[in-house]
Design a protein around this ligand. Structure first.
Ligand code: MG
Length: 159
């Protein structure tokens, strides 16, 4: 058996009047993410975990924010593109575990939709995708509602 593990981390700043997309799901919110892409910080952390598992670098390297092609891009496209890399041929995602730190809005009503959407894009069953959310008890930049922080871990297995 050949397994690899990867971890990813990402942060995006929040600003008034921007769309909030997390885990491939549009979240009703007064604030959204400042970003070159759609700002889906959960998917960005997940992509970095997948890239990390095979030591393929990071998404900043793969999809530079200086490239027009990636402007406003739906991050599910980036996730699909990572899994479509030649290096990913022959590997299957065993499971993913994602933790989102966000002060507001509450993400609990959207967790199921995020798990389904991420599982769909990765071609695995939703019971292999965990999405957890926490506030930081009003501490730090997350607590001051200045941004969102996400950690992701994935396990992959050679098919
Ligand atoms: Mg990012």
């Amino acid at each position: 058996m050949d397994f690899r593990i990867g971890q990813g981390y990402d942060v995006h700043a929040l600003a008034e009047g921007l769309p909030m997309v997390l885990g491939g799901v549009r979240i009703p919110s007064q604030t959204g993410f400042v970003a070159h892409s759609d700002g889906d910080v959960a998917i960005h952390a997940l992509c970095d975990a997948l890239l990390g598992a095979l030591a393929l670098g990071d998404i900043g390297h793969l999809f530079p924010d200086t490239v027009e092609r990636w402007k406003g891009v739906d991050s599910t496209e980036l996730l699909a593109a990572v899994l479509a890399l030649p290096a990913y041929r022959g590997w299957a995602v065993v499971n993913a575990d994602i933790t989102i730190a966000l002060q507001a809005p509450k993400l609990a009503p959207h967790i199921g939709a995020m798990r389904s959407r991420l599982a769909e894009v990765m071609g695995i069953s939703p019971d292999r995708v965990s999405v957890k959310a926490t506030t930081t008890e009003r501490l730090g930049f997350v607590g001051r509602r200045e941004g969102c922080e996400v950690w992701a871990i994935v396990l992959i297995e050679r098919k």
